[in-house]
Design a protein around this ligand. Sequence first.
Ligand code: DX5
Ligand code: ZN
Length: 220
Amino acid sequence: MYQLCPSILSADFNRLGEQIQTLEEAGVEWLHIDVMDGDFVPSISFGMPVIKSIRKESKMFFDVHLMVTEPERYIQDFVDCGADSITVHAEACEDLERTVECIRKAGVKVGVSIKPATPVADISYILEDVDMVLIMTVQPGFGGQKYIDDCTEKIKELKEMIEEEKLHVDIQVDGGINESTLKTVLDAGANLIVAGSYVFKGDLAANAKSVQKVLRKYQD
Ligand code: DX5
Ligand code: ZN
């Protein structure tokens, strides 16, 4: 399964509902929702009230990326406001196994993310307990940054690990995705593609459709 996961961090918040509807009409099924706490990352984005509000109008799969210290404190809140999956950072959790179990028990899909400097080996022990691993391909915190080339090897390494252990774990990438890095990450083994500025800059529907066209080629 290949999915484009547009990140609303790059949306025009004055027209958020309208832009989500445009994506939905373009056939996009996933929506990537970046929550930042000003502690785990320098910036602060938005939280529960925004998610709750867009949930009322959208049937998309809400993929919530928590860039938050000790996210376990908020799992139930994000489930209550409409998350379909919750991704936490390995670096942000005191007890990652417990946090993963907490998300699982709350009844949504589980993702674990690692920053560019964190080796894939650090999360190998938990692979069988998660639905997806998010490899950050920029430093978490801001949209519009340049893809970090060294991360491509991490995607390949993770893909090999998943195949070796015969697991069903999706590989998501996030940060600096554009026309050229899109192919790089797909060839390396990623199947869930987060894109912020690349999709929201210019013609949103046309951009989303062009990424989806590339994804369809990999799907076949
Ligand atoms: C960064 C966020 C990303 C961000 C990606 O911390 O996790 O989801 O929106 O933005 P682009 O695609 O512009 O790099
Ligand atoms: Zn993200």
